[in-house]
Design a binder for this molecule. Structure first.
Ligand SMILES: Cc1cc2nc3c(=O)[nH]c(=O)nc-3n(C[C@H](O)[C@H](O)[C@H](O)COP(=O)(O)OP(=O)(O)OC[C@H]3O[C@@H](n4cnc5c(N)ncnc54)[C@H](O)[C@@H]3O)c2cc1C
Length: 488
């Protein structure tokens, strides 16, 4: 039996768990980091954003996380840590495809949208090859002499007087760790939610999607495909494929993220009402059936192979979930334990980092004090508020997806929310208790719910009775204007 006592037990060594373990140690807590797997291991959630980098930089400075600073930007990471595979991300790129037709760039650019995230290559964000980034951070944890336990499956967590008993197995050997505080960074597994039997809901969520994804090699270059089809890159603010590329198709979209080692992360995210889930259908078979309907994408993938990291495509059932709570007396879960919506616009990494910043502040201010539980309750409510806002926002984007112009107008709300958060953060107006993406801003919540209502009503109308693209965009302008004025 392996047995020891700590202040903080962190379960899950993704980037979130490793950062929390290092912060715990900086706060003077005796910390252990536990994972049932060992590094390197494949995982998804790879596209960083300007908010993610801004918050990571703040964490690095605040908690003196030496060695991690270069990760905040693509160029500095590549220079300082060439062994960590990344991809350059200059922004968010969207292309709109018609079923059965090759992608045909338009002179008025009506089927493409490039949203810059940063001004140049030097300050570009990065796609994180998670097997490398997570392994790098895990090594940093070890370099800081923090106790780590890989290949240790946590199977039960019980409360024993005023401390937790975290039980499991390291290979075959039983493990028992006594901890004052448990930080659940186990992602969708939600070990603490299971131990405390906290209800997780699906039906209350509006977005209804599933995914098929994997890592590929030999995927044809999108920029080449675009130019071969006559596309003019002259007016593009950045190289269109050096981005989180979203290819919008009927009833869903495909993400493409290029890493500099030739690997492409790609996934189809499908509206479940239009592409129902069949558990007996092989993901590879469904992938080919769908991709074949889009000749330019099919050509891109014609010579591709699955990368050894995944071997075959991974298929999921519905992605959405929200837990009744994600923190309580003596424990907290990272935001992705509290719930998940969908990869559209890539909110995951940034939301987790914002959650880490809030939890770190709670541990710093309230460790051993009576107000700790109230702070954790507030954290838990904030995570729910964030997930609910992201759910409404992305649901609106899916409602608008069949009409690219409406999709762009609707997605602007996400970019407005991001820049509101970014500006307030830089101005020092975001306090640890504030929600990611300003999800607690009443004006923003009201704007998002008006858009959801309108798109839901419009979906019942024949196309000719709906407002035209210009009128819809004008209406979004009017909704967004007070938000932009209010964002500083
Ligand atoms: C299809 C899909 C696409 C996504 N795309 C994006 C995107 O583009 N951008 C973005 O920002 N986010 C995205 N996300 C979200 C993203 O996956 C998560 O935000 C991110 O991976 C969470 O990282 P983490 O370190 O918190 O947890 P994880 O990476 O999930 O790590 C959890 C760790 O816990 C360990 N663990 C689990 N159970 C136990 C146990 N019982 N005992 C011990 N250890 C355990 C696991 O081994 C694992 O190492 C996506 C998610 C999905 C599903």
């Amino acid at each position: 039996m392996i047995q020891f006592d700590v202040d903080l037990a962190v379960i899950g060594s993704g980037f979130g768990g490793s950062l929390m373990a290092m912060i715990g140690q900086r706060l003077g807590l005796r910390t252990v980091l536990i994972d049932r797997a060992s590094h390197p291991r494949f995982t998804i959630g790879e596209s960083s954003t300007p908010i993610a980098n801004m918050v990571l930089r703040d964490l690095v400075q605040r908690y003196k996380l030496t060695g991690i600073e270069p990760l905040c930007e693509y160029a500095s990471a590549e220079q300082a840590h060439p062994d960590v595979t990344l991809g350059i991300k200059r922004g968010f790129t969207y292309f709109w495809h018609r079923t059965g037709e090759p992608f045909q760039p338009q002179a008025d650019r009506s089927n493409e949208w490039l949203v810059p995230g940063n001004p140049d290559d030097l300050t570009a964000d990065a796609h994180w090859l998670r097997s490398d980034v997570d392994r790098f951070l895990f090594k940093q944890v070890r370099a800081n002499s923090i106790a780590t336990m890989e290949n240790t499956d946590v199977t039960d967590i019980t409360r024993d007087d005023d401390r937790w008993c975290v039980g499991g197995y390291h290979s075959e050997e039983p493990v028992r760790i006594f901890a004052q505080f448990v930080l659940d960074a186990s992602g969708g597994t939600g070990v603490m939610l299971k131990a405390l039997e906290i209800p997780i809901s699906v039906d209350c969520m509006k977005t209804k999607t599933r995914t098929l994804y994997g890592h590929f090699t030999g995927v044809g270059n999108w920029l080449d495909a675009y130019q071969e089809a006559g596309g003019d890159v002259e007016g593009h603010p950045y190289r269109c494929d050096e981005a989180a590329v979203h290819h919008i198709i009927e009833g869903g979209w495909m993400w493409q993220l290029q890493f500099r080692n030739g690997v492409t992360s790609a996934g189809l995210v499908l509206d479940q009402d239009r592409h129902p889930y069949h558990p007996d259908r092989y993901p590879d078979e469904e992938w080919h059936l769908i991709v074949e309907r889009y000749p330019t994408l099919a050509k891109q993938f014609a010579g591709s192979r699955m990368h050894e990291a995944t071997f075959h495509l991974i298929g999921t059932d519905r992605l959405q979930r929200i837990a009744e709570r994600s923190a309580g007396a003596g424990w907290a879960g990272l935001p992705n334990v509290g719930g998940f919506v969908d990869p559209l616009h890539g909110t995951g990494i940034a939301q987790i980092l914002c959650g880490i910043e809030r939890l770190a502040a709670i541990l710093e201010r309230s460790w051993g004090r009576d107000d700790m539980e109230a702070q954790l309750d507030a954290y838990s409510r904030t995570v729910r508020t964030e997930i609910e806002l992201i759910d409404s926002l992305l649901h609106a984007c899916y409602l608008a997806m069949d009409d690219f112009s409406r999709f762009k107008s609707t997605s602007r709300l996400y970019f407005v929310a991001s820049s509101m958060y970014e500006r307030r953060f830089r101005a020092g107006r975001i306090q640890p208790e504030h929600a990611f993406l300003c999800a607690d801003d009443e004006l923003l919540r009201s704007a998002v719910s008006q858009v959801v209502d309108r798109l839901t009503e419009d979906a019942q109308l024949p196309a000719e009775q709906r407002a035209d693209a210009a009128a819809f965009d004008q209406w979004i302008d009017e909704l967004v204007e007070p938000l932009e004025k209010n964002s500083d």
